[in-house]
Design a protein around this ligand. Structure first.
Ligand SMILES: NC(=O)c1ccc[n+]([C@@H]2O[C@H](COP(=O)([O-])OP(=O)(O)OC[C@H]3O[C@@H](n4cnc5c(N)ncnc54)[C@H](OP(=O)(O)O)[C@@H]3O)[C@@H](O)[C@H]2O)c1
Length: 213
């Protein structure tokens, strides 16, 4: 049995928990306010879900999903995620949360900030470019004309393979767009962001990305 530790249980965390449970995973959910505030969600998700603190969720997961605002990255527990694959759904919305000069300058990216905070983890940007509800509600089997492609980016090949397999299980084709330093190509505002696209369309949209868009 594989357990996914989920940090952030809002729109994204709850929908990915639902998708994970539907595909045979156990999930441990967490948020900033405490496990007791997740009782309703956990009840809805059923016996494969439980709530915990972020540190406990991180420790319990064979791998983790971090689905929190960019501004909360420095609160992510470091030690329990060491050595683990960490999926970052985090996007950069300067209009909402303020500007980060290192992202604006191109020196880093949103998942790059999480990787810098978690130096012993293997961060992969994934599930960042699709609306939360569609993560659990719009997966389709391989070969189905409705099947969508989603991008992933990261610096560790084995971590990216794990995420590509997860995409496939959840009903999406995977497109590897390179390292975390290339992950700005699927950031909010770029052509690939929240676009419904197949593999060829996603690759074309990633190629059309322009810094600062
Ligand atoms: N919404 C989408 O369609 C979508 C799609 C793709 C990617 N994203 C990205 O994914 C991330 C999550 O988006 P969302 O829409 O799910 O946000 P959301 O609904 O506002 O949920 C955010 C979650 O993060 C939790 N959180 C905040 N600080 C935390 C901390 N220090 N430790 C643990 N949990 C913490 C919040 O807990 P409390 O409520 O207890 O504070 C809440 O459960 C964002 O970076 C967003 O840009 C969103």
């Amino acid at each position: 049995m594989t357990t996914i530790g989920i940090l952030g249980s809002g729109h994204v965390g709850s929908n990915l928990a639902q998708a994970a449970i539907a595909h045979g995973y156990d999930v441990v959910l967490s948020n900033s306010q405490g496990p007791e505030t997740l009782a309703g969600l956990v009840g809805d998700l059923g016996p494969r879900a439980r709530a915990a603190t972020p540190a406990e969720a991180a420790a319990a997961g064979d791998f983790a999903i971090v689905a929190i605002p960019l501004t909360a990255i420095d609160q992510v527990p470091v030690e329990p995620l060491a050595g683990k694959v960490v999926i970052a759904t985090i996007n950069y919305f300067p209009q909402r949360y303020g500007h980060v000069p290192e992202i604006d300058s191109g020196a880093t990216t949103a998942p790059g900030l999480l990787q810098a905070h978690l130096p012993a983890s293997r961060v992969v940007r994934a599930f960042s470019m699709i609306n939360a509800a569609e993560m659990s509600g719009d997966g389709h089997p391989a070969g189905d004309p409705k099947r969508r492609a989603l991008a992933l980016a990261g610096d560790d090949p084995a971590a990216k393979q794990l995420v590509a397999s997860l995409y496939d299980e959840f009903g999406f084709d995977a497109v590897d767009i390179g390292g975390l330093d290339e992950s700005w190509r699927i950031e909010a505002g770029q052509p690939a962001f929240v676009t419904r696209q197949d593999v060829a369309e996603l690759k074309a949209n990633v190629a059309r990305a322009r810094r600062g868009a």
